[in-house]
Design a protein around this ligand. Sequence first.
Ligand code: SAM
Length: 313
Amino acid sequence: MARTDDDSWEITESVGATALGVAAARAADTESDDPLINDPFARVFLDRVGDGVWNWYGGPELPAEVVAAEPDMPQRMQALVSYFATRTKFFDTSFIDAANAGIRQAVILAAGLDARSWRLPWPDGTTVYELDQDRVLDFKATTLREHGAEPKANRVEVKVDLRQDWPTGLRQAGFDPSAPSVWSIEGLLMYLPAAAQDLLFTRIQELTAPGSRLAVEGLEPDFADPESRAQRRQRMDRVRELMAKTDSPIEVPTTDELWYFEERDDVGDWLRHHGWDVTVTPSDQMMASYGRAPAQGLGDAGPAHLLISATRT
Ligand SMILES: C[S@@+](CC[C@H](N)C(=O)[O-])C[C@H]1O[C@@H](n2cnc3c(N)ncnc32)[C@H](O)[C@@H]1O
């Protein structure tokens, strides 16, 4: 589905469905023999929406026809599960470290089906602001309420579009810019035009007091590499054609149509120039540090990412 400047979505469509994809990867890792993370809520979301392409992250769910035609698909899916588990652990650690350092305001940008408000051991007095589009947050809250789960922090929903004026909504929801805060930007930047990314960081700068922390999943400079993009696209086209010949109701989306392949500022450099202490770790290195092997020999397995931690001085 092509993007527009003010598009919005249900959880099962367009950018919304990417949150289900991440939930499926978290469920697959949680339920694996050697889990890196524990997200018992990821499966609850998947059970609620039923079958979809997102379930392909759990290897056995891959249709036999697809594996026959694309034999390295299970390995690709496993590489993505390992990456998403690594990313989840990196952001979990960032929030827990900030809480241990006394920070009591957390802001999750593009929260999607991130269940950290329910999952992490937040200290008393912590408020977690979750920002995303209204239908995504409604799906999450309704599903977990009906499941009987209670948040472990004061969870505040801020239903906004991150390309619009979200700081007003955040302040009105009670956020205090004069107190330190901890933020996450996970699985978001590729879905924002470059100008919206610039504005996002400018606004975070205006809302963060010294001592605030920020964790970001940044894009590698070769994110927009046309060759790997074309390979990914061709592979998914082949899979889509194959699925169209079966009885399966599953639609295979063209995920990279949802991404903005635009020249962007380097996030680490931007933060350094704006008074943050920054550590940038390539995702492969972070995976290795958690004992997870990065994809070997898969070429265009997916763009590599940078996991960035920053503290405002
Ligand atoms: C790949 S999911 C990541 C969700 C979550 N951060 C995680 O890692 O599980 C992308 C999320 O970004 C949200 N998103 C993307 N663009 C957005 C926008 N302009 N405004 C609000 N939310 C947005 C989507 O609704 C979706 O929940």
